[in-house]
Every structure is written in structure tokens, then in C-alpha cells.
Design a protein around this ligand. Structure first.
Ligand code: G4P
Length: 533
């Protein structure tokens, strides 16, 4: 198969949703239809096992939330599908943002009873900023929810994107019998779900004027459908592929992941309409996926994914050319040639070594510590860098030290590794001994994860003291002279620390303190993220 054919068959996307809307269930059903699992519910059958295939870490099982982004690959008909899992919890925004850098489209799952929820809004915003196509799946149609037309209206009003219903439910709230497919002009009626969603839902397809339809759904439901469809045709948005590709129109599907209602139709229509791997911006212009020369970037790093292996993986998204096991590539961050050994892909809880991969694919590389988030890898014959990843200013701070000082070495190693993964930002107190660090994060849950992982992976119990600060500013003077606690007026109003590259940073309580520092240090330049070098 040619490189172009490989690219055209790939769809790489993330499912975004508010916790509990049904992301895990939908993922599971897509795997079921793809034949990657045989009986739905093997991922997530009981409440006690409320973790998806892609949840690796112990803490995720314990808390029932998805902490890390993960990747699943499977085939459906002629498509090769890569789903990137995004954590639904609001505290994990950084990891999620990075994951969304690696996808070509997104599927937004809404709970029909709840509509657009807080976390959906945040995730949606990131997708919108990247202008990636967004497909909407309105879930849980098997039980009472908001009225379909109201839900479409809510998507448009709350998120500011036009919605085009690809299908429309037939029946009454809580008792939908099927859907009308607006693109194909066909009616699909579902048989009762007799397997609790464990197998594909049986359905029958009819022409809209087939008499059997009225016999099956009743005159009242038939009339109501005609009214709704007329309203949509007259007042609704027109189907427009360009608008979908620009992220201005979201094709919207109604269904129920749990009972397999509308799931297959969603999958097929999504695959048909979603874009294959897109070109990417670099400092050497646009890189097309069908450029023969290999390129990729690192979007995630994770240590100790498998306790039995004690390893560290860097996840790369392939952007152009062909990936081959053991190939040698140029690593932009170190300006060195590196060999990509032991590339891995993921399905369920199994990993497998792969020989080749193509644009759109995600590959986990065994990492000895050289890779960083956002790093570019290219063919040595065409060196360039992809655009930088956004950096998020830390907003929560804590002092952290090992309870047992004998464990200092393990402690430092663990902290350094978790910093490299990008989950936390590390700062060094000025003048203090080396037994404590200052850690900055975007959310408080990350501290819990940090504590937990230091204990389970590095066997270190830590003492964590939250600090009353909310803003960090990187500092420099306009004449480039060095900022030190002695030269800075009011340094004692906050905490003066150094980042990992020994750049001075001041951590402060609030915006008001920031104003004071700014007024009293006229030569000072402050930045919410590190200055560019
Ligand atoms: P998430 O990953 O977005 O957090 O959601 P998840 O799939 O875990 O689903 C959250 C809850 O909603 C689960 O119920 C799940 O079974 C249920 N659910 C998902 N899709 C549908 C649907 O189409 N219809 C209905 N009625 N429910 C749905 P739970 O009771 O919390 O867990 P469980 O006991 O089912 O595992």
C-alpha cells in the first residue's frame, strides 16, 4: 500500500466529554464494532472496575477517574483508527491540551439529560482554538433527557458552534425506536436490546415512505418526526463539509452508547466525514503527511506505565513519512541522531512491538530520559521544528520533602522523572538545603497523584505542605542583569525560587502582590511562563 493510501485510511481523534457523559462506554462500543473486543463490558462491567482499557495507573482504578491520556488503535472496515483518551477531570488540563495537539478531529460526547457541561466547554474551547473538526454524539437516549431540538439549540448557544443533526431520533423521550438518517434519507429502527448492550444492536432499514414504518412506530410518532424534520430543513443549518473541516459546524448524532443505539451509524459516518491526518506547521513551512521524509513530535511522556517493566515511554505522533523500527532520526532538542528502538503500540492492556507506522499513528518509544514534551523528530536530511506546545502557568504550589531523609536519592529521582513527564513544574528554593522542592501545578489533584506515584513507584513517603500562592512570574531586568533576592524590592512578599534551568521565578499570593512588585521594580520584566531563549 502506498504512503498516500496509508494516510487516507487513518483517523486519529480524541473523545472529549464531561465525566460520566459516556466516553468510556462509547470507546468500548467502538472497539466492539471494530472487533477489537468481543463482548462489550469486558472493559468496564461492574462499578468496582470503573476503569477503561486505557487506564493504566493504580490511582485511576482507585478513584475511578482517568488520569493519563492513552492511546488505542484498531481497524474498522478499511480504516485504521487511533483513539486518544483524554482525562475528563478538570485538574488534568495540561495533559489533555497536549493530547489534543496530537489529534486531527474530536468527538464530543454529551449526556442528553445534562446537555453541555462545564468540562465539555473547556475541552471544546481547546479544540476550537486548534480549529479541528468536532463531531457530537448526544448520548443516553435510552432514558429521559432534554428534547432533541433543545439540545441542538444548547450546543449552538452555549458553545457557539452550529450543529447539523446527521440523524434524528424517532419516538418519544425515554422510548426512542430508531433514527432518521438525514444524509441517506433512510429510517433505521432498532430491535429491543436483549444483551444489555453486549453485542451489536439489531436494526432494520426502511425508506421513509415505507408503510411498515408507520405500522412499527405509530401515526403520532410518524407525524411528530415529519414536523421536526420540516423545522430542521427550514430553519436549521445546511450540511457543509468545508464548515465541518474548519470546525465551524458540528455534525451531531443522537444515540445511546450503552444500548448500541445509533453507535454503528455514528462510527461509519464519522469515519466517512472525519479528515485523515492533516498537514502541520513547522519553522520550515507546512509539512504535508505525504512528504516521504519522516517527522513526528512527542506529546506525552509517561514513566512506570507497567510496574513489571519499570520503564518510561515517550509517545510520538507521526506527522509525515514512514516510521520503521530501529530507524535513526534527528532529535531537534539535542541536535543529535537517535535510534528509535522498541516502538510500541497499544490495544487493550497489551502492548506490542511494531515494525512500521504511518502519519496519524501514535507510537510509544522506550525513553532513557532524552525526550521532552513537544520535541520534534525528523529525517536527518530535512531538519526542522514543529510549532511549540503551549505552556500553562502553574497556579497551585506546595513544598515537598521526603519523610525519611535516607530516601533523598530516590525522592529526587522520582521528582525529576515526574517533572519530565510534564505533570508538575519543579522549583528550587533559593538558599535552602536540597531536602525540599517547590512544586507548581495547574490543579490540586496533581499533588495527590504526585504523592501517590512517589510512594508506589519510588517507595518514598513525602511530606507535602500547600503554600498560599497562586501566581508565578519568571523575572528578568530590561538590561539583562541578573535578578536575585538582593536586587529585587519586595522579594520577601512572595517566595523567590529558581526553575530547573536556574532562571529566577517569584511566586506570589495574588495579582495584587504582582502589581506591587511591578510598581516597585521599574526595570523588572515579568512573564507567566519562562522567557524564550
Ligand atoms: P465517562 O467515561 O464519560 O466518565 O462515562 P462512562 O462511560 O463511564 O459512563 C458513565 C455512566 O453512564 C455509567 O454508569 C454508564 O454505564 C452510563 N452510560 C453510558 N452510556 C449510557 C447510555 O447510553 N445510556 C445510559 N442509560 N447510561 C449510559 P454507571 O452506573 O456510573 O456505571 P456502570 O455501573 O454502568 O459501570
Amino acid at each position: 500500500m502506498s504512503l498516500v493510501d496509508e494516510i487516507l485510511k487513518r483517523r486519529t481523534f480524541a473523545i472529549i466529554s464531561h465525566p460520566d457523559a459516556g466516553k468510556t462506554t462509547l470507546t468500548e462500543k467502538l472497539l466492539l464494532y471494530g472487533g477489537a473486543i468481543h463482548l462489550a463490558g469486558s472493559i468496564k462491567s461492574r462499578k468496582a472496575q470503573r476503569h477503561a482499557v486505557s487506564d493504566w495507573m493504580e490511582i485511576e482504578k482507585q478513584r475511578g477517574i482517568s488520569v493519563t491520556s492513552s492511546v488505542l488503535q484498531f481497524d474498522y472496515k478499511n480504516f485504521r483508527i487511533n483513539i486518544l483518551d483524554t482525562p475528563g477531570h478538570q485538574d488534568f488540563s495540561e495533559d489533555t491540551y497536549r493530547t489534543l495537539m496530537a489529534v486531527d478531529s474530536a468527538v464530543m460526547v454529551l449526556d442528553a439529560a445534562k446537555g453541555v457541561e462545564a468540562q465539555t466547554k473547556k475541552l471544546f474551547k481547546v479544540c476550537r482554538e486548534r480549529r479541528i473538526p468536532i463531531f457530537t454524539f448526544i448520548n443516553k437516549l435510552d432514558r429521559y433527557g432534554k428534547i432533541p431540538l433543545d439540545l441542538l439549540d444548547e450546543v449552538e448557544k452555549v458553545l457557539g458552534i452550529r450543529a447539523y443533526p446527521m440523524n434524528f431520533p424517532i419516538g418519544t423521550d425515554g422510548k426512542y425506536l430508531g433514527v432518521y438518517d438525514r444524509q441517506k434519507n433512510l429510517i433505521e429502527l432498532f430491535a429491543e436490546d436483549t444483551s444489555h448492550g453486549q453485542t451489536e444492536r439489531i436494526s432494520e432499514i426502511f425508506a421513509p415512505d415505507d408503510e411498515k414504518v408507520i405500522a412499527r412506530i405509530g401515526q403520532a410518532n410518524f407525524d411528530a418526526l415529519q414536523d421536526d424534520l420540516m423545522l430542521l430543513d427550514e430553519a436549521g443549518e445546511k450540511f457543509d463539509v468545508d464548515k465541518i473541516n474548519a470546525g465551524d459546524l458540528t455534525p451531531t448524532f443522537f444515540g445511546s452508547a450503552m444500548t448500541n443505539f445509533g453507535v454503528k451509524n455514528f462510527l461509519e459516518e464519522y469515519l466517512r466525514l472525519a479528515p485523515p491526518p492533516a498537514p502541520r506547521l513547522s519553522d520550515d513551512g507546512i509539512i504535508e503527511p505525504n512528504d516521504e521524509k519522516f517527522s513526528a513530535f512527542v506529546f506525552k511522556i509517561q514513566a512506570n506505565m507497567n510496574p513489571a517493566h519499570r520503564d518510561r515511554l515517550a509517545f510520538i505522533r507521526i506527522c509525515s513519512g514512514e516510521f520503521k523500527r530501529n530507524m535513526e532520526v534527528w532529535h531537534a532538542a539535542t541536535n543529535k541522531i537517535v535510534k528509535l528502538a522498541q516502538p510500541q503500540q497499544f490495544l487493550a492492556q497489551e502492548r506490542q512491538i511494531i515494525e512500521e507506522a504511518f502519519p496519524g499513528d501514535i507510537v510509544g518509544l522506550f525513553d532513557t530520559g532524552i525526550f521532552g514534551i513537544g520535541d520534534t523528530l525528523t529525517d536527518a536530511a530535512h531538519k526542522f521544528k514543529f510549532e511549540d506546545f503551549p505552556i500553562f502557568p502553574p497556579e497551585k504550589f506546595a513544598r515537598i520533602q521526603a519523610k525519611d531523609t535516607m530516601k533523598r536519592k530516590q525522592f529526587s529521582k522520582g521528582i525529576e522523572q515526574l517533572t519530565q513527564e510534564g505533570a508538575i513544574q519543579l522549583f528550587y528554593p533559593v538558599g535552602a538545603g536540597t531536602d525540599s522542592y517547590i512544586v507548581g501545578t495547574v490543579g490540586t489533584l496533581q499533588f495527590e497523584v504526585l504523592q501517590y506515584r512517589l510512594k508506589s513507584e519510588y517507595k518514598v513517603d513525602v511530606l507535602l505542605t500547600m503554600l498560599p500562592f497562586e501566581v508565578a512570574r519568571w523575572l528578568k531586568y530590561d538590561d539583562d542583569s541578573k535578578v536575585t533576592p538582593a536586587t529585587l524590592r519586595g522579594a520577601d512578599r512572595g517566595m523567590f525560587v529558581l526553575d530547573r534551568k536556574e532562571n529566577p521565578v517569584l511566586i506570589l499570593e495574588n495579582e495584587w502582590s504582582l502589581g506591587w512588585i511591578s510598581e516597585n521594580n521599574p526595570k523588572l520584566i515579568m512573564n507567566a511562563v519562562p522567557f524564550e531563549v
